[in-house]
Design a protein around this ligand. Sequence first.
Ligand code: LHQ
Length: 262
Amino acid sequence: MSDDRVLVENCDGYVVITLNRPDKLNAFTPIQNNSLMEALDTADANPDCRAVVITGAGRGFCAGQDLGERDPADGTPDLGQTIETYFNPMIRKLRAIQLPVICAVNGVAAGAGANVALACDIVLAARSAKFIQAFSKIGLVPDSGGTWTVTRLIGEARAKAVMLTGAPVTAEIAEQWGMIWKAVDDEQLMDEAHSLAGSLSKGATVGLGLTKMLVQAAGTNTLDKQLDLERDTQREAGRTPDYVEGVSAFLEKRPAVFTGRR
Ligand code: LHQ
């Protein structure tokens, strides 16, 4: 990665992508948006990469769009263009990538920063972290999929309250509400993230990717459509070498060694 605003660490079977503008709480600039996309594309294209962790450097995860990037006195901003160019492709990528994406929310996640985190597949958050739908405080609407994701995760009553008030949601409340997977002690966060990524990266990657797609499709499919999709994806999973290995290992009473290959 050429740009030091996003760091990429290659670990054994997975990558850790770190947003790295800690003095601005890792607020997104176009360069940082592009670098994050590039890092996700590279991970996706690498057959040896079987899980992704996203986190932030310093005391924050991400404070959303960098508000210093534009002149508020400019009377004709096209924020829709910014969203179309940077944020929507990123959310689509996080949902489409056929690898488990873990977000390790190390501190405050505000605005688009909160919704990028919540678009990831498994969200761990440090106990000191907070999720803030900060948009209402600056006259904007929630973006980066927040109205879709957060409403599905915590329901309309809570979603409307956090979005209209901009009230911070602590990691522990987020866990209680089912908005994230787990709140963990601050000093344990990265150990947990590495341990989870390490274990997922040794899983049956094709099956895990298909499972991610199935769960996502369930949000909008009818039961009938979902049953058909499960049939089709099970057919696909059943043709992977990892299925052969998984069943053989079970019968031979030994741990499975998955390759993640098709
Ligand atoms: C920041 C930011 C920031 C620049 C902290 N920008 N510097 C999409 C497309 C198009 C357009 C618009 O928007 C979007 C999506 C969005 O994300 S809109 C929402 C944008 N984000 C926000 O409104 C959050 C703004 N930040 C805050 O409310 C606070 O900073 C939070 C609650 C995140 C953290 O508060 P504190 O812990 O008290 O930290 P702080 O406010 O002192 O911030 C530390 C530094 O980070 C400070 O810089 P400085 O040079 O004074 O030390 C802040 O200016 C800077 N910073 N957020 N978004």
